[in-house]
Design a protein around this ligand. Sequence first.
Ligand code: ZN
Length: 368
Amino acid sequence: MHSKLNFRVPKNPLPSCLRLNDEQRQRLGHLTGLFDSKAFGDATEEQSEAAQYLTDRDLSFQQLELATSKWKVQDNDSSRASSLLVTKVYQCASGHYWSINTSRKQRRQYPFVGCLAFARITTEKKTGRIKNVFGFFEHSPECTSAKAIAPPPLFLHPVARNQAESLLTLGLTTSDVLAKNRKLVSTRFNSETIIEDKRLLLTAFDVCNIRAYLMKKNWGINLRNRPEDIVDDLFGENSTDAALREATIFYKPRTGSTDRFELVIASPKQREYAWKYGNNKMIFVDGTFGVSKKKLLAFVFLVIDDENKGIPVGFIIFSAPDGNMATHAGYDADILIKLFTEYRDGLQTFKKEKFEPKVKRFPHFMHL
Ligand SMILES: [Zn+2]
């Protein structure tokens, strides 16, 4: 049964992420008329039809999770974080072509027999509903009879994974996580690295994957997207995060190599405290020189409350323009005056009063 929904076949039906050699690409190019495309509505029966459709092609989510699955994901959601849909492209492992020049030695689970099968599945991010499926699902006869040439990759042991997740949540670096993992393996598992067919020893690649997973789960951030797009999705005009939108006093994306990224943020509560404890009182400013390898500078405004406790009431983050050897050389009086003024103006919005703090500068930028 063909769905009545209108689903347009993409203009360029071959996803660019597929790893194919010239011959495969040419053969697939001749077969585009045989590509399958189906769209599914939200109704329960259409969704169960969609689930069955995927199961028949070994593409259900449970089947794809199996280590023995021939379908390997090639592209995992290249869309923007603000997009409501997730699109994944899968390719048959026996058709995945690795050029001889490939720099990394990779491990093949299935032999290469030039299979042409691929699938593109689009789901709704929030509900997981299957929206449309597109691809060429016929495995070649050589592929169907091909046997695995290596055992499936071992999955990570949940104990190792859980430890890495909690350490990364605490903000530990990759090398710290790896060191703690080695300690766990030697003390708790008597240096056994494989238990019940699951591996315990983490690699830096695992940590990277787990970090990407956590960013997506906790913040909805896809680390595969370009950093500037991620930032724009969070703070830009189209941000879907209401709390961040409300806290953003000033945001300017970086548009070129001589340009800066500039951000001033303070939540409504922080603004309230700034007025309460900072207006006509002392407000402290401190800066860190380079909060990441991306050469970012961060300044924090701090007020002292009735109990003599410091409360951060606003943050300024900006990038050094290209060409600065040291990040701390990337700021000067002009940029600070500009962003301090934005902060003050932001506090004054909706107030008739003028915000007049007595700024206390910390010694290392007394020269400003
Ligand atoms: Zn195949």
